[in-house]
Design a protein around this ligand. Structure first.
Ligand SMILES: Nc1ncnc2c1ncn2[C@@H]1O[C@H](COP(=O)(O)OP(=O)(O)OP(=O)(O)O)[C@@H](O)[C@H]1O
Ligand SMILES: [Mg+2]
Length: 325
């Protein structure tokens, strides 16, 4: 029996509805580079300025952004010994320094401290940038304490994360990042369907799971039907109880001896940082159940007798906008 929905259908959908178009990504990166360059000029002209540098850290930098992306994450490195300890004071302090650095480029009213980051808005394009603080003590690999979205401080390096992602993109050109974006799209659909933010599945977790599947040769990436089937099968089979970790920056012996989380997906930079920290049994179950539903739908699509039926099955996975080709 010939498959009703093929790799080409998924590729067409990805290009039409999932991926951030290349020219938009380039334009956004340019805006963020302007912020970075202006800051480094200001730092050069003002020795002793407490901000050290800026790095573009989010999905637009990694090439894994969705069309629907609305936050552009940058990390601003600040000298730890000069920065206020308390978070609200820290964010006010950073906002004030960014206003000084961007005088003439961005109106001071468009730089506002938020809950765990400073928000910078470009007027014309409406681009919103989340500036996340990293408390820095001069580490050569740009390790520092990142203020996470829940306010906790995590020792990590967004620069090494970019290297980590680039290595997987090089090992599996186009396909690895495309499968990441399709899985992120699936997760986004689940978030929309679930009431009150009940479904959680962080983008960085999706990237790390896909990196694990690539590194171990557990799934095939160059056919997107097979890849998604393989991804969901992995989640259902392991129920996300298998420890996921990488040896790019440390050895497995440095990982914690006992379990430290309901889901364990370790930061490739810091063996004590579980990226799935804060996910409980119910969160894990929701991800596994949704993956199981997706897997069933993909299987059913294979046996569909009409294209319309197969499209309907795939809509369970990718949402109503999926129409096949
Ligand atoms: N728990 C964490 N530990 C260490 N670093 C993290 C953690 N969460 C996020 N990061 C850093 O922040 C970056 C952005 O990750 P995040 O999951 O917030 O979204 P994203 O990749 O920008 O995706 P999108 O915005 O499209 O959902 C990661 O690449 C990583 O460098
Ligand atoms: Mg982001």
């Amino acid at each position: 029996m010939t498959a009703k929905i093929t790799h080409d259908d998924l590729l067409g959908f990805a290009d039409r509805a999932v991926n951030l178009p290349r020219d938009v990504a380039t334009e956004k990166r340019k805006q963020i580079n302007t912020l970075r360059d202006r800051l480094s000029d200001h730092i050069a002209a003002n020795p002793g300025f407490s901000l050290v540098k800026m790095l573009h850290a989010g999905s637009v930098a990694k090439g894994t952004a969705l069309l629907t992306v609305n936050d552009f994450d940058v990390a601003v490195y600040v000298r730890r010994d000069e920065a206020p300890v308390e978070e609200a004071a820290l964010l006010d302090w950073i906002a004030e320094r960014l206003r000084a650095a961007y005088r003439g480029l961005i109106d001071p009213s468009q730089i506002e401290p938020g809950t765990h980051c400073v928000n910078v808005q470009f007027k014309g394009s409406g681009t919103e940038v989340d500036v996340v603080p990293v408390l820095y003590e001069g580490d050569a690999d740009d390790r520092g304490y990142l203020v996470a979205s829940d306010g906790t401080q995590l020792l990590t390096s967004v620069r090494l994360h970019l290297d980590f992602v680039r290595a997987r993109k090089n090992a599996c050109e186009h396909h690895w990042a495309q499968v990441v974006r399709l899985v992120k799209w699936w997760a986004r659909e689940q978030k929309i369907r679930a009431p009150d933010g009940a479904f959680r599945c962080k983008s960085f977790m999706v990237e790390l799971l896909c990196a694990h599947l690539l590194d171990r040769g557990l799934i095939v990436f160059d056919d997107y039907v097979t890849a998604l089937d393989g991804f969901f099968d992995y989640v259902v089979r392991t129920e996300l109880t298998e420890r996921v970790a990488f040896t790019d920056c440390y050895s497995f012996g440095e990982l914690p001896g006992g379990r430290i989380g309901e889901i364990e997906i370790f930061d490739p930079v810091n063996p004590t940082n579980n990226v799935a920290r804060g996910y409980d049994a119910a969160d894990r179950k929701r991800i596994v159940d949704a993956a199981s539903e997706a897997l069933d739908a993909i299987t059913e699509a294979r046996y569909a007798t009409t294209k319309a039926q197969a499209v309907e099955c795939w809509q369970v996975v990718l949402g109503d906008r999926f129409r096949g080709q």
